[in-house]
Design a binder for this molecule. Structure first.
Ligand code: ZN
Length: 333
């Protein structure tokens, strides 16, 4: 997924302060209990469909399963269909999956992840394997699985009459269709994150038309590659720049819960991920929780965009750290 934006001056920009309003305190009593076992099962279920590459049966079947699962936990759900132009200049159909879970707040918190798989394992050493799709246990399914489990917990809390925030969930399509390494055609910009670009434009249009049916989002949290063993989540530059107060809130919550070894206090290069378009097009301050390694040549785990992105590299302790941190943060008043 995505590319790292190498801004040599990014350090200077760390001085930027987000204007996002902070409306939470971190001291509320919280009774949310995220289940890593459940999140793991949701990830395994997605992977069991096969690689969810747009246009395939696995993609269609998994999308339908996601719709049912979201509705089962009490959300209003729809598929958002559209088209974008892909890396090769072709029309690319998009199927984003959007859900709204009504809670006790007027504005919703946006929880998002991408649900598609990369059609090529173009970081593979073996040449032939580069043209096989990525199974996407971590790169895709992990963020979706953690989000589904958060929704399940919210629905339990709501049934008990406890406070729950209103939540908008979006699973983006075609995040991982960015220009493959083997492509020799004309270079294009913005070839990653096609689904979130489409969603962000539609959201902006709807908000500016003041459609009463559109639920406004206060801020967003993007989960990307949140299931690997020994994952680390540094503070990513765009997140700090556009949604700094929410980065603070999340990382402080993680530390308080004992997950400081995952949510590390290091700021890293900008990463062009779905949150970039949510911040810049939709205008929603959005944080990216993404596993990033400064000591890796790609910035990511060694199985990133390879045939090895499978269930063997999904770790329940990491899922717990991410899921509990996000759930506790959003359930705090
Ligand atoms: Zn990817």
């Amino acid at each position: 997924m995505f590319k790292i934006v190498q801004y040599s001056v990014y350090v200077l920009l760390l001085l930027c302060v987000s204007c996002a309003k902070q409306q939470h305190s971190s001291h509320s009593a919280v009774s949310c209990a995220f289940s890593a076992d459940s999140a793991y099962a949701y990830i395994a279920q997605q992977v069991s469909f096969g690689a969810r590459v747009p246009g395939t049966e696995a993609h269609q079947a998994c999308g339908d399963w996601l719709i049912n699962k979201l509705a089962h936990h009490g959300a209003q759900v729809r598929s958002q269909h559209g088209t974008m132009i892909n890396y090769a200049g072709e029309v690319q159909p998009i199927r984003n999956i959007e859900a709204y879970f009504e809670g006790n707040t007027m504005y919703a918190i946006l929880l998002c992840a991408h649900w598609d798989c990369r059609p090529w394992s173009d970081e593979e050493e073996n040449y032939d394997d580069r043209f096989r799709p990525v199974l996407g246990a971590n790169d895709g399914a992990s963020g979706v699985g953690v989000t589904l489990e958060i929704l399940r917990q919210l629905s339990i809390r709501k049934d008990r009459g406890e406070f729950v925030p209103s939540v908008k969930i979006v699973f983006f399509d075609c995040e991982d269709m960015g220009t493959p390494n083997h492509y020799t055609g004309k270079d294009r910009e913005n070839t990653w994150c096609l689904g979130s670009q489409y969603w962000a434009k539609e959201y902006k249009k709807a908000i500016s038309n003041s459609k009463p049916s559109v639920c406004k989002c206060q801020y967003g949290i993007l989960l990307d590659m949140v299931g690997a063993p020994s994952a680390t989540f540094p503070r990513e530059y765009f997140s700090v720049n556009y949604a700094g107060s929410y980065v603070e809130l999340l990382w402080r919550t993680a530390s308080r819960l004992g997950f400081g070894r995952y949510f590390i206090n290091q700021t890293v290069y900008p990463i062009t991920d779905d949150h970039y378009y949510i911040n810049t097009i939709a205008g929603i301050p959005c944080v990216d929780i993404i596993d990033y390694k400064t000591n890796s040549s790609t910035g990511f785990a060694e199985w990133w965009h390879t045939q090895q992105d499978n269930m063997q590299h999904i770790n329940k302790q990491t899922l717990q750290a991410v899921g509990q941190t996000v759930l506790t943060t959003i359930c705090s008043k």
